[in-house]
Ligand binder design. Structure first.
Ligand SMILES: C[S@@+](CC[C@H](N)C(=O)[O-])C[C@H]1O[C@@H](n2cnc3c(N)ncnc32)[C@H](O)[C@@H]1O
Ligand code: SF4
Length: 369
């Protein structure tokens, strides 16, 4: 059986409505364990719902969420053997420990906490493949969220609620009795169903979290359409060390871009990213990465080579990556054929370009247990 995923312990993931779940793959909130508007973070993270979910994972029962069934286990933030032993002692279930033999990885690196926050689920684009902004027959996220959140409508998180979440999670990590001292660092991802730069307070929100002594690094995805010079200049004043920013590009021509990323302006997006990279050159942040991302889809696969040729000119080796990504269908990634065929047809692997990053096919597959 696969190793124990650490996310139900180390990956609080919170929607703009305040619903707390344990994995960024759980867009439809099948693993929701509480609502931050009704209880404190500590009450939720130690509550009966999450204890039940953790025990199910420990017993190898992944039936709660199809994504868990087809996930091979996230490859970040595991519980260490020491932490798991301590956790089970605290909840009075040391009896389970012997049955976990071989399923808790031996780890040398610290396994930090990853807080994922959705600042807004509104967007300035309607991308062809986006589960949030196009109704997906396999996985209707909005219908799923309406079942969990009373009076659900799209919108943004209030900055006061955001600050309370960051304060409570940072405080919880510092005082948590089962996290080892080396794990007690806060990584953050600002994720999910919208364009973060559409939130008028987004840069201040980043800054607020980055000011916490426990903050360690972060990650965002953006379509870059709203990243005008003013916004980029403000970003450059933040602590972007140990930070990754993914630019969703997905095309090498205006025509294709405007079919895939409907509502976006290709020339504006390109200009914004080039300015961003130029400013980042001046700053030289440590551990800073950008992912210039291209999701291979039936509408754009023919432009992969042009995309690489164009962005290779601007990308700096060791910092910027041209990331070719697989399209998913909401729950799993059953259709890798187009991805693999495209890599083969354009002989991408043979390019041996160190800036190109490929996604491992079958990251999510049917019945991974
Ligand atoms: C939901 S978006 C939110 C951030 C931002 N609006 C953007 O487009 O980058 C987060 C990431 O998911 C990716 N994404 C959306 N739908 C996808 C799908 N069906 N398959 C693979 N990636 C997808 C986007 O390209 C983006 O990198
Ligand atoms: S820009 Fe991002 S959130 Fe908006 S529709 Fe496209 S993929 Fe979805």
């Amino acid at each position: 059986m696969r190793q124990i995923c650490g996310l139900p312990w180390k990956n609080p993931t919170i929607t703009k409505d305040g619903v707390v779940t344990v994995c960024c793959a759980d867009c439809n909130l099948r693993l929701a364990v509480g609502d931050i508007r009704e209880r404190t973070f500590k009450q939720i993270w130690e509550g009966p719902e999450i204890t039940q979910l953790r025990l199910a994972h420990l017993m190898g029962d992944f039936s709660l969420n199809p994504k868990c069934r087809c996930c091979r286990g996230a490859n970040y933030s595991y519980m260490t053997q020491e932490e798991m032993a301590l956790y089970l002692k605290i909840i009075g279930r040391q009896d389970i420990l012997p049955s976990l033999q071989g399923r808790i990885p031996s780890l040398e690196e610290p396994q930090h906490i990853l807080l994922q926050i959705e600042t807004n689920d509104t967007c300035n684009l309607v991308c062809d493949f986006c589960d949030f902004h196009n109704k997906n027959p396999v996985n209707d996220i909005l219908a799923a969220r309406k079942k969990v959140v009373k009076d659900f409508s799209m919108g943004r998180m209030d900055i006061g609620v955001y600050k309370r979440i960051v304060d409570e999670v940072a405080g919880y990590i510092e005082s948590c009795p089962f996290f080892s001292n080396s794990s007690k660092k806060l990584n953050m991802m600002w994720v999910w169903g919208g364009e973060p730069f559409l939130h008028p307070d987004f840069v201040s929100m980043l800054d607020y979290a980055m000011e916490k002594p426990i903050y360690h690094g972060g990650e965002i995805d953006t379509n870059a359409v709203l990243l005008g010079k003013n916004v980029v200049d403000r970003l450059m004043e933040l602590n972007l060390n140990s930070f990754t920013i993914t630019f969703s590009i997905d095309a090498a021509s205006k025509q294709t871009y405007e079919k895939v990323r409907k509502g976006g302006k290709y020339d504006q997006m390109v200009q914004n990213i080039i300015y961003f990279l130029k400013r980042a050159d001046e700053k030289n942040f440590l551990g800073f990465r950008t992912m210039l991302q291209f999701i291979i889809t039936p509408l754009n696969h023919h432009e992969v080579k042009d995309f690489i040729a164009f962005w290779d000119k601007y990308a700096r080796e060791g910092r910027d990556y041209l990331f070719l990504r697989i399209l998913h269908n909401g729950d799993c990634e059953p259709e890798n054929k187009l991805y693999l065929d495209t890599l083969e047809k354009h002989e991408i692997r043979q390019l041996k370009n160190p800036k190109i990053r490929l996604m491992e096919p079958n990251l999510f597959r049917q019945n991974a247990t």
